[in-house]
Design a protein. Sequence first.
Length: 67
Amino acid sequence: MQHVLTTSPQTRLASSSDTALAEATGSAPKRVSSTSLMGDGRALEIEHGGRIYQLRITQLNKLILTA
C-alpha cells in the first residue's frame, strides 16, 4: 500500500478532517516542517505499530510514505 503526501509552498486550507480532529481533541493538529524531519537527507524510516515505513522526497519534491 502506498500513501502519497504532497508538499506545497502555499498555505493549505484546513480540511474537514482537520476541523473534526481539532474539535474532538480541543487543539489543532501538530505541524512539523519536512526540513525538520528530513534534515539534509531525502529519506527516513518511521516505526509505527510494529512496522517500518519509509518517508522520502521524490525528484519532483513530493513526499511519499511507503510501507
